[in-house]
Design a protein around this ligand. Structure first.
Ligand SMILES: [Zn+2]
Length: 203
């Protein structure tokens, strides 16, 4: 597979004898097992032009089992060979946003591993998470939950529907502290607090 070479790269300059930023004048980059860059580069320090050939280990493909409600789907994911995977890591597998729940290395399950040691990665679909909501009006309090994508933003002043109640969000409780203005992503929200504006239906 042919790849687009980078425009800049840090490599050792034979003249400066140290690693400097180089401009890639022209070159080819391809991906087989490894990723290879064959290019003519120009040192940003001394302007020396020279040819380089670099080889880096390519991504490692790991089988992934995605659990999504009651079913599970078998997919695979390319991982950076230099990056450790840990339980709780978030990643995107195809178009699914997931969280790592187990890492299988041979007969064992571990808390973290390098991609080359992983036999199977177990992940949980994480597209929609539960956001807890409490609303009140005088002595009445209602609590409930809404489902939202982890990256969805909730903003003070948003209207959230819990059952037959519309709740105007006035406080966002986060893992650390709370917000009375601005917004926060669903995955960071501990609870939304608001005021019951009106109840529809039964009167
Ligand atoms: Zn140089």
């Amino acid at each position: 597979m042919k790849l687009e070479p980078p425009t800049n790269i840090v490599v050792e300059c034979p003249k400066c004898k140290e690693e400097t930023l180089h401009t890639v004048i022209k070159g080819k980059m391809y991906h087989k097992q490894d990723i290879t860059l064959d290019a003519l580069v120009n040192c940003g320090e001394c302007k020396h032009t020279h040819q380089i050939k670099l080889t880096e280990p390519g991504p490692i493909e790991v089988p992934v089992i995605v659990s999504d409600q009651e079913r599970s789907i078998k997919l695979s994911q390319e991982l950076d060979p230099t990056e450790k995977v840990e339980i709780g890591d978030e990643m995107q597998v195809e178009d699914l946003f997931v969280k790592v729940t187990a890492i299988e290395c041979g007969p064992k399950r571990v808390n973290s591993a390098m991609p080359k040691d992983i036999d199977t990665l177990w992940v949980m679909r994480y597209d929609r998470i539960v956001v807890k909501v409490s609303g009140n009006h005088r002595a009445r309090t209602v609590s409930g939950k809404v489902f939202a994508p982890p990256e969805e933003e909730f903003t003070i002043g948003d209207m959230v529907r819990i059952g037959k109640y519309d709740i105007l969000v006035h406080t966002i409780k986060l893992r650390r502290g709370k917000k009375r203005m601005g917004s926060a992503m669903a995955k960071d929200v501990v609870r939304l607090y608001g005021k019951i504006i009106k109840s529809k239906g039964r009167r």
